[in-house]
Design a protein around this ligand. Sequence first.
Ligand SMILES: [Mg+2]
Length: 267
Amino acid sequence: MRQDTVLDYCSDHLEHFFREFPKAQQRLLMLDYDGTLAPFHVRREMAVPYAGIAEILGRIQQAGHTRLVLVSGRVAQEVLDLLPLPEPVEVWGSHGWERRLADGTHLEFEIPETAAQTLAMINARLNDSLRPNLEAKPGCLALHWRDISQDHQQQLAEVAQNAWHEFATGFDLKLVEFDGGIEFRVNGRNKGTSVRTLLDETEATAMAAYLGDDQTDEDAFEALGERGLSVLVRNQPRPTAARVWIRPPEELIYFLHRWHNLATPCN
Ligand SMILES: [Mg+2]
């Protein structure tokens, strides 16, 4: 259930989690990318991780004590390109509509036909006037506006709203703002469905955590529930279902080092 206020960094939840942590037989670390591991950049293709993030994630990978999974609204390949790691990593992309396993297997989940048709119609309507701000990805059509003026952002939002009223049935798609734009998203999958699948594949006694910053991560926080530690990574707190709030990058890097140190035998 969503809290009215976020909890403090040094909360009982966090300390209890790490007290139990060394005893675990399995560990699952699920991480959002933009705004969590990487600061926002006006050019999305240049949103590289905070200094030190790739290094500590690489150490976690190579120690072999943790299953590491990235969960993003981006296309999965973009996340892989922006975050080079020493070992192959699993990525859920496009808000749960694609899954790229660590062995390179790429899965795209089937989008309901009516939703796919509606998305294609909206894409055709917007593509001429809004390119290059428009990004089509599995189950999603995003309008990015981080690199344009507020007036122009407002215009794009109105164009999106008009297309929404013209084409969308309201049942198959939703129109939602995210940090840096607005997007049409097919209902049925989100970061929460990704987390539920990962938890189903994991021992009930495993120590699991999900770290994210945006509204789209709330589905993941709620899906994790009592099965693990949900962490809001953000400079400013906000109402959230997460149990713990930390600020990037220092507290985030400290969290990841703590994870690695406590999971590593003989530390
Ligand atoms: Mg994010």
